[in-house]
Design a protein around this ligand. Structure first.
Ligand code: DGJ
Length: 749
């Protein structure tokens, strides 16, 4: 049993292989957070000693004993307007205009299996059809005796994954409406200490840059009110001890499984303790809960490691691969693809696409993806969005002859769509101007000259489902790249009354999930790739539907190293779409060697994004070699354990990373030199994750884009111990941005 209740001490004990989480019901029924950290075999209720502090009020029953201030308790669910002045996880107004609630224990339930969340993706157990022994659910119901507000706190414990998930269900049991001004998924109170906050910020073409700051007194906020999880602030944070490194020390991860507006507030309070609350952003959020109705929050995935941040990342990687992604392409091989976007942009016709496809097929590429521009009157990005029928000027005869020819070449065919958007200059907008978000009487903000469809409306979602289903049924489309190229403004739904406009942002996300759920269930064989101007919606919820997401619109190999490194803190390499593109690079104008571009892109869903017919004969040979190697390393990259061998790589001369097979018998080490090293000796890299007792042989060490100086040592076989403690020496590489891949394995004896 990984969840136990000790009635004599009123303590809930949640245990995973390496972690413990403990909660206690206080004397007055408040839910106290006792402990989260390394596994302990003891009850931790001695840890919290009630104390009195000036200006921290006590519950009425303790007005004389003065020791039970909710302002000083570590809480599982923040108090609201009853003495907990720290950042809250809930904010409600009841029918009689009362802000707040005094939430106390009502009942609990412990069950095998995983709770579900209505209308939203969440994690699942691996043996769902049995009684899900790998996961258990704890449901603790708190209630406010006066207002009729009930809050169920949901916990799922994934014992062997070291992951505990949290969510909340808020129910109105009164006879009057209750308004939710804030409905976060969780509240985690950490003890006093020197904590750092790591979060992942950025912008279009520069997603998930790592930032680590000390948590100072006050509130630090990571959030998005853009209607998407966003390029700017990912819904994922790590809280760690100031001394925690990649390989040692305490760290906690909190990741929201949600794709819309989000907020994480981290507050260091008056006593030096740190509270972290996470959930749907409360900005522009107001939910009316009618009598008998419930509101479900999205899920938070929590994990803890005492062995540093690298291990925390690997815990997330495994969990996302096995318990979040539902696509069969999590386990089935995904094809090497070529995408025509950077090769042609909007300027293509059937002949150009066929030429790219036939060249690609000859070199071993397995699928061509027709990007933006194949539909409606789409000759540039000012028109046509929403008209999901073929542009016959570019593709006379439609998609069928094109797909047939591509299939005859032995290639699969994939297509780009951006279903959530519409151009004013489109048949769809002319027919249904009210389907787009605009505020009556105002000119809307434009972004890429397009508007966002109101997915909070069922009629819009149903129309999209029908239109896309027809497209996927009529044509042999085996892959869909699902794009989203602007954020939400002018959010106002003509289908909802004035008092419910605060629900539209979240209802939009629910509409999106409904659409994706139905499509992915109807077309389980189609490989979906998420995208939002690159990695603007790179979150665990989208990974439920699409096992990979286009990581960034910046295809420059060097920039990609940093974006991929930041992404790797929470998300597995298998979730990253990465392509080799042309030089000078279209975003940065930088020239990197062809081989190095391959090293950087061999990270998840591998592909090309250039006109292969323009390559030299030598480069074409390199394409063949890259595809051959990618197939060989596929399992390591997609299913192996990932190790960052360098961190904060933007500030270093090289970036290095490593994949290790689950049985520790094979490893792929990749490195790219990002600035020249003059008069410096060769780079020596300590490897990670190997079996110290095994012997590893270098099967292949290949350098790219450089002249190398041969190594003096001809040693090819090393003990795991030597590689872990001493490391491996790279040859000295001269040239701009050289790369290296080293494949080692334990020889079969
Ligand atoms: C943004 C995507 O990230 C690109 O790869 C491409 O699909 C364009 N949109 C097309 O408009």
């Amino acid at each position: 049993m990984c969840i136990k209740y000790h009635p004599e001490r009123k303590v809930f004990e949640l245990a995973t292989l390496h972690t413990s989480y403990q909660i206690q019901i206080s004397e007055l029924g408040h839910l106290i957070h006792l402990y989260y950290g390394a596994a302990v075999n003891d009850l931790m209720d001695y840890l919290f000693e009630p104390f009195d502090a000036g200006f921290s009020p006590n519950p009425y029953a303790q007005k004389l004993s003065r020791g039970g201030s909710l302002d000083l308790y570590p809480m599982e669910c923040s108090g609201i307007n009853c003495g907990d002045f720290r950042v809250s996880s809930l904010d409600t107004v009841t029918g009689d205009g009362v802000w707040g609630a005094d939430l106390r224990y009502l009942r609990h339930e412990i069950k095998p299996g995983k709770y579900g969340i209505k209308g939203m993706p969440s994690s699942r157990g691996n043996d769902e059809n049995t009684d899900s022994r790998d996961v258990q659910t704890l449901r603790i119901t708190l209630a406010d005796a006066v207002s009729g507000l009930e809050v169920e706190l949901l916990y799922a414990v994934f014992e062997d994954k070291d992951v505990i998930t949290r969510a909340a269900r808020i129910t109105n049991t009164s006879n009057f409406p209750i308004h939710l001004h804030k409905a976060y998924s969780c509240c985690l109170d950490l003890p006093e200490g020197d904590w750092d906050l790591i979060h992942f910020h950025g912008r279009h073409t520069m997603e998930r840059q790592t930032q680590r700051n000390p948590v100072m007194t006050g509130i630090h906020r990571v959030s998005s009110k853009r209607g998407a999880s966003s390029h700017q602030q990912n819904p994922f944070v790590i809280l760690c001890d100031r001394n925690t490194t990649e390989d040692a020390g305490d760290c906690y991860g909190m990741m929201l499984v949600y794709s819309g507006n989000h907020c994480t507030d981290v507050e260091k309070d008056q006593s030096g303790c740190v509270r972290c609350v996470m959930g749907i952003s409360s900005e522009q959020f107001l939910w009316e809960l009618m009598p008998g109705q419930s509101f479900d929050t999205p899920e938070v995935l929590m994990t803890y490691s005492k062995d540093g941040i690298g291990r925390l990342s690997r815990q997330y990687h495994r969990f996302i691969r096995e318990n979040i992604c539902k696509s069969k392409y999590m386990h089935q091989r995904r094809p090497v693809l070529i995408n025509n976007w950077e090769a042609t942009y909007f300027d293509f016709d059937a002949d150009k696409i066929l030429k790219i496809a036939s060249q690609a097929a000859e070199l071993g590429v397995e699928m061509i993806v027709l990007d933006d521009g194949w539909f409606g009157s789409r000759f540039d990005d000012n028109s046509g969005l929403g008209d999901w029928y073929v542009n016959e000027t570019k593709l006379p005869g439609g998609l069928t002859p094109l797909i047939d020819r591509i299939n005859e070449m032995g290639m699969k065919f994939g297509i780009w769509v951006e279903p959530e958007m519409v151009n004013e200059d489109s048949d769809l907008f002319r027919a249904h101007p009210d389907w787009a978000f605009t505020i009556p009487g105002r000119e809307p903000s434009m972004s890429r000259n397009q508007l966002v469809l109101d997915l909070s409306r069922k009629d819009v979602v149903d129309w999209l489902y029908k239109t896309l289903s027809e497209l996927l049924t009529r044509y042999n489309i085996e892959y869909v790249k699902w794009d989203m190229n602007r954020h939400l403004t002018d959010v106002y739904s003509r289908k909802l009354p004035a008092e419910r406009q605060g629900e539209v942002f979240h209802r939009y996300v629910l509409g999106l999930y409904d659409l994706l759920e139905r499509l992915t269930n109807t077309f389980p064989d189609v490989l979906f790739e998420g995208c939002s101007g690159g990695g603007g919606r790179f979150d665990a919820a989208m990974l439920h539907y699409s096992p990979q997401i286009w990581c960034s619109d910046d295809t420059d190999a060097i920039e990609r190293l940093y974006i991929q490194e930041g992404t790797s803190y929470g998300y597995p390499a298998s979730a990253v779409g990465a392509h080799v593109s042309a030089v000078p690079n279209h975003q940065t104008s930088r020239a990197t060697p062809f081989g190095t571009r391959g090293v950087a892109a061999m990270y998840g869903g591998f592909g090309y994004e250039l006109d292969l017919s323009r390559l030299s004969a030598a480069e074409k040979e390199e394409v063949r070699g890259q595809i051959r190697r990618y197939h060989e390393y596929y399992d390591l990259i997609h299913n192996g354990d990932y190790y960052r061998l360098t961190t904060d790589s933007r500030n270093r001369d090289y970036t290095a990373w490593q994949f290790v097979s689950p049985d520790f018998k094979g490893t792929l080490v990749s490195a790219v030199m990002t600035s020249p090293r003059v008069c410096l000796g060769p780079v020596r890299i300590r490897l990670k994750g190997l079996d110290p007792k095994a012997s590893y042989e270098i099967v292949r060490m290949e350098t790219f884009g450089c002249k190398t100086e041969a190594l003096h040592s001809e040693k090819k076989v090393f003990s795991g111990e030597a590689l872990l403690e001493g490391g491996i020496v790279l040859p000295i590489m001269h040239g701009d941005y050289p790369g290296v891949q080293i494949y080692l394995n334990v020889p079969v004896s």
